[in-house]
Design a binder for this molecule. Structure first.
Ligand code: ZN
Length: 122
């Protein structure tokens, strides 16, 4: 399993026992690494916030800035959700719910987990 490094720009500057690594007598404070990070790319919310305050403006400019108010309409009001079925082996029923019309449509688990799958107009 490969290790992921925390992307917090100042991760190595925070003093904790688990960041202290290296041979005895020559330990240094190092960027945290994990097989999986709780906050996606970051070891904790402090590192997440440090990255955001340093790079959020560049990231928004890169991926597209919101320059006018978005309006919730029937065409873009679909939200993924799920219900627990009752019973001892409760599985999830995945659904799309239109937050304006309250219409519900069934979803497969694959569609639920597919972040590019949407009924919304773009
Ligand atoms: Zn970190």
């Amino acid at each position: 399993m490969s290790l992921k490094f925390c992307q917090g720009p100042d991760c190595h500057t925070y003093h904790t026992q688990d960041r202290l690594k290296g041979p005895k007598g020559n330990k240094t404070n190092q960027t945290r690494r994990r097989t999986s990070l709780y906050y996606g790319e970051f070891c904790d919310t402090r590192c997440e916030h440090a990255w955001l305050s340093k790079y959020a403006t560049k990231a928004v400019d890169h991926f597209g800035r919101t320059t006018q108010a978005k309006h919730l309409t029937e065409e873009n009001a679909w939200v993924k959700d799920y219900n627990y079925q009752s019973g001892w082996n409760s599985e999830r029923d995945y659904i799309y719910v239109n937050k304006i019309t309250q219409e519900q449509r069934p979803l497969t688990e694959e569609q639920y987990n597919d972040t590019s799958y949407t009924l919304n107009e773009r």
